[in-house]
Structures are given as structure tokens and as C-alpha cells.
Design a protein. Sequence first.
Lengths: 327, 327
Amino acid sequence: MKRVGIMGYGNLGRGVECALKHSRDMKLKAVFTRRNPDSIDVKTEGVSVVSAADADKWQGEIDVMILCGGSATDLRGQSVEYGGMFNIVDSFDSHGDIVRHFKDVDRAAVNGGKLAVISAGWDPGLFSLARVYGQAVLPEGQSQTFWGKGLSQGHSDAIRRIDGVVDARQYTIPLEEAVKKAREGKASHLTAGEKHRRQCFVVAREGADRDRIRAEIISMPNYFVDYETIVEFITEAELVRDHSSMAHGGFVIRTGRSGWELQEKNVIEYKLDLESNPEFTGSVLTAVARAVCVMAGEGQRGCRSMLDIPPSYLLPQTREELLSSIM
Amino acid sequence: MKRVGIMGYGNLGRGVECALKHSRDMKLKAVFTRRNPDSIDVKTEGVSVVSAADADKWQGEIDVMILCGGSATDLRGQSVEYGGMFNIVDSFDSHGDIVRHFKDVDRAAVNGGKLAVISAGWDPGLFSLARVYGQAVLPEGQSQTFWGKGLSQGHSDAIRRIDGVVDARQYTIPLEEAVKKAREGKASHLTAGEKHRRQCFVVAREGADRDRIRAEIISMPNYFVDYETIVEFITEAELVRDHSSMAHGGFVIRTGRSGWELQEKNVIEYKLDLESNPEFTGSVLTAVARAVCVMAGEGQRGCRSMLDIPPSYLLPQTREELLSSIM
């Protein structure tokens, strides 16, 4: 039974806790937090809640630590710090910064004699795998990734920073016309803005100028200006009632050609439809934590990604069980 | 540049040849055949066509041999024979016999100091991976595999063996109602016959009793009796004109629940839509052959499946290229 630690007890940490409850070969040993441990109520019985500052004292008690902080503020530092003490898994998802993060974590893990897997989850993660397998088996082609329909935390936060906004939710929605083009292999010229629509539900402060808020949203660089953006004002009660879902999803389409003259078209689609984004991501991190234990047991040290993990390592079954039941 | 051999030059062998043409790091060295080598015209310039009986003389010239024979008659023997001489890849697809085949090939490969990957392709192969990843990240759930719409070689052959049949094509078609149930996680009780329809196009000999032929088809054990089966008689000219396509496809649906009380539903779908089944399968075998070279270079010996291959090994790019471009 592998002993797992959770660092950070937000939505993702609670998702990992749920996944561990339903795992037969791993158990939650301790939850680590930067908050006051006495303020944290974990669901699993008999689990310690420990101050993150005391994590180093738990090095002999934890086989793998799952870091459940955010990429924007937590993981760049935490994965380096704890990657030297524990075998770790993180869900670092700032695509442009992954190479740098990989190198930093690799150095820490090699120095500490530990193994780390970064950027686990669904994108990066399962969608990266879909892109790798797609490119491997259809090298003459293109991959297109679509996100949604689902809530974007980063875009919701950006709207909340606008003066006069009390709260907001932003949904990313794939454009059907672009999906059709991707299946036909004719989407390589499309920008993210030509592939998705952005739907915003905004709670404005009483008396705030809604036209100005709308104008600020749709003209916001990077976030909205390049997208078809729809802004709708609702009440706080409506926001709580209709927009508390953690649902998300998306899909990767690989369209590629085969044959001597590349005359035949082949399409691979990998699609996720999730009622709970944090629970599903937590479940992916838990499966990866299992693989980390196997690979660390083989003597592997340093940093890896899901692209380096033999798929069978993600499951507790033996090779013969997998060959007979699932192959 | 890795030197690849093709054993068997039928549809699949020609598919591998096409994939090698479009590969930047592998080249076709020789085609091996049990037919008279002089009767074989390969498309690639400068490639030897060699009698299969002389394969052992090519041990120093081939980094990996891709076996392109059929599972029913060729691979059980060939993979054991050539798996002791070469690093090999095969597409053995008799699901119930995979464990036995694995053990036999493993023994031969270990004895010969070689590495083999068996059962590569799309099912088993990419669909096995979809089932493994699906079960790993949604352990509380069920996987359902659907095939088609596409031509089934085995079922077409079975019809051809009926007295009075000149030629035949059988298409396997997923039933929309069953697909809907699979997405809802309510398909675990469905048999293959409740998930698929079988559509048969038959050319009968002039004067043959069509009612008898139809009755023999729809009552055939294993192949048709448990399925909704549609039989249509056509002319030989129509068969050639309308039913020469090698298109196939299918999908794996994993539906699983997450959360403390498993209250949330999550669905993963992996779908293939192929204009050329043998070219696509050949392309998968070629990517696997690349991985075999890497793994053999690491000193791995014996038998493996695609479940054992780190995904990044299927591509020629470096880890840093993959992390920055595709992760």
C-alpha cells in the first residue's frame, strides 16, 4: 500500500483525496497546508493535517507527494522545494514555461535522489498523450486542440479585476465550424480565437456602468479581444444557482494522410466530457503517482512527464492481467 | 537511420512501406516473402526482395523486422521464428490468444537476445491504450469498444465459404442506441451483438438459391446468429465499384464516476475514422518499430506490448522538443 501526501487542500487536493478513497493500492497518509492545520477538515479518517513548513519531517512517511497548488503562484517554487525531499507529481500547466520548470525540478530531484513527474492532468497530460500518439501514427498531418464547453478560471479572474465587477464566470466554447475544418484537416491556419467563443456571465455592482464593463471585457488583450465574446449580466443569486458547476472538457483532433502519395485521410479524435474538472484531474494525478512509485522503485531519478511513463505503470494490474483482460 | 525489414508483402506490408517512405529516421532495407521474390514488385527504389527462407542471412542488416502476416495462419509461428533472429513487431490480434503468444515470443526473444513488441495496431494497440488510460484515470467505470463502420475480413471470408457465393463483403456497424447507453455508463450488460449490426453484400452464382444463402448467413454461429444481420445481393461489378474501400474505424468509450460518493460522471471517447485500415495499421507498426529500436538500445530483451512503451519513444523528437512543442 503506497503512502501518499497531498500538498494543498483546495478543489484539486480534495479531488485527489476522492481518487485515493477509490484506489486499492494507495492511501492518503497526510495533507500538508500553508493554512493553520487546525482549520482544515479532511474527509478521510485517520489522516494527519500538517503545516507545510514541517513537510521535511515526513520524508520517511510519504512514498509520493501530490502537489495540488496552482501553476500561476505555487508550483514553480513548490515543485523545486519538495521535489528534492519527496517523489512528487505536479499539474504545472503554463505551456510556455514547461521546459524551464522541467529543468529546475530535474535538478532538484537529481540532487535529492528523487523522481518527479510534472505537468500531469488532462491538458497538459492526457491531451499531450493524444497529440503524441496522433503525431506518431499520422506524422503527415495536424493536431488541433479544442477546450470546452467549460469554465476558465483564468478568464473569470480577469473579468473580476475590472472595476464594478462583483463576480464573474467565463465559459470557453468550441466553434462547430472550426471543429468541422479540423476533422477535414483544414484548420492549421486557425487561431485559438477562430476556434473558440467566450461566454461571460457577470455580476455588476449596483449602479456600475455596464456598457463600460462590457467594453473593457471584449477589448481586453490576450484574454478576449481576439475572440467572439458574449457578455451577459446576471444577479449574484443567478450566478450561484446556475454557474457553480465544475464541468469541463475538450478534444484533440489529429487529421493525417497515409498512402504512397498521401492520398487517404485518417482522423483520430480524443474527447473528454467531465462533470468535475478537479476530481478528474485529481484522478489523473493519482494514477501518475502510482507510476512514479514504480519508476522510482526501478531506480529512476530526476524529472519526467507523462510522455515518459509506460501506460501499464498507471494501473495496479500485472502485465498478464492486462494482456488477458484489457489488451 | 534505422534499417527496417518487412516480412510479408500484402496490404499491410504495403501499408508499412508507405509509412516508411514518409519517415525521416527509418528506411526500408528489404522485403521478405514466401512467394517467388522475382514475382514481387516493391514501390521503394533500391530495396531487396528476399525469400523468407533466407531471412537468417540478413541478421546484421536489419535493425527491426515488421511482420505483416495474418494472425490466423502466420504470426503464431513467424513471430517465434523471427523473434529469435531479429527485433520484431507484429500485429497479432486474436485477443483470446495473446497471453500464450506473448509467452512463446518472449522465450524466443530472450533466447535470441532480441526485443519483440506483439499486438501492435489499433485493436489491439491504440484501443488497448485507450482502455488502459481510461481505466487508470476513471477506475470506477466501464469501457465499451465499438467497431466500424468498416469491412470485416473474417466475416467476409465466412460468407465466401457458403456454397453458391462468388464473393462477399461484410460491414460491421455500431448501433446508435448502444453508443448512447455506453456514454451514459449503462452498457455493461450489452453483448457485441447488441452493440453492432452486420451488413452483408453478396455476389451469388447464377441460379443459386438466394433464400438458402441468406438463411445460412443469418444463422451462422459466432459470426452472425447473435446479430441483426442484413443481406443484400449485388452483382460482381457493383461489388468492385462500391465495396473496394479499405475504410474502417471504431471507438472506445470509458464512462466513469468521480467524487467522494462517485456522484459525478466523466466520459472519455477515443475515436478512429480511417480511409485506409492497412495503411493506418502499417503506420502504427512503423512508429512501434521506432520505439523497439530505442528500447533494444537500452538493453531491453524479450517480449513487450504497446502498454510497455513510453509514448515519447514513438516519435523521433528529443524530450525537450516534445516538452516545448507538443506537451
